[in-house]
Design a protein around this ligand. Structure first.
Ligand SMILES: [Zn+2]
Length: 169
């Protein structure tokens, strides 16, 4: 059976569903047929709410929760495979999954912020790496940065303070 490529990922469906939308409303929002979305809910193992559904803030699942931990933005999304026991998942995880069309960040991999700014979760700033690649990238950047700063004279040794200091502001 040939399946059409989906213009959405599992996490897109989960995110919309977590907002309290019905399966039918999710399909309408995405501009696709509702049997297609119902099928994807089943094959992607997205648990559906039982009984009558309330939308938006009336839904008990909806908390609109956003919290910050160690510089990371976490959003409430208990259905996401990478969510913690308290139902939060890092925003960079959700964005990276959407960028690479993944249902989850696999074990042994992580999301790297290319410009090192943890709060910048734009897709272009995120890359999914193995833990090893991630360590190598950070070490390589540190070496490059040190070399460049010393070579270009942007950092110099100050014998008075027995430490390095910037030569430019
Ligand atoms: Zn990193």
């Amino acid at each position: 059976m040939i399946e059409l490529p989906r213009p959405y990922s599992r996490s897109d469906l989960v995110a919309l569903y977590e907002q309290g939308l019905s399966v039918r409303a999710v399909a309408k929002r995405l501009g696709v047929s509702h049997p297609m979305v119902r099928y994807d809910f089943q094959r992607w193992g997205i648990t559906q709410r039982k009984g009558k559904q309330q939308s938006g803030k009336a839904n008990p699942n909806w908390r609109g929760g956003v919290i910050f931990r160690r510089g990371w933005k976490l959003i409430q999304n208990p259905s996401h495979p990478n969510s913690t026991k308290t139902g939060y998942v890092a925003e960079h995880t959700v964005v990276a999954c959407a960028k690479y069309n993944l249902t989850a960040i696999p074990k042994g991999k992580c999301v790297h912020h290319i410009n090192l700014i943890k709060a910048d979760n734009s897709p272009a700033n995120l890359s999914v790496l193995t833990n090893r690649q991630h360590k190598v990238a950070h070490e390589h950047l540190a070496r490059l940065a040190v070399e460049l700063l010393l070579k270009t004279g942007k950092v110099r040794w100050n014998e008075a303070i027995l430490n390095y200091e910037p030569t430019v502001d």
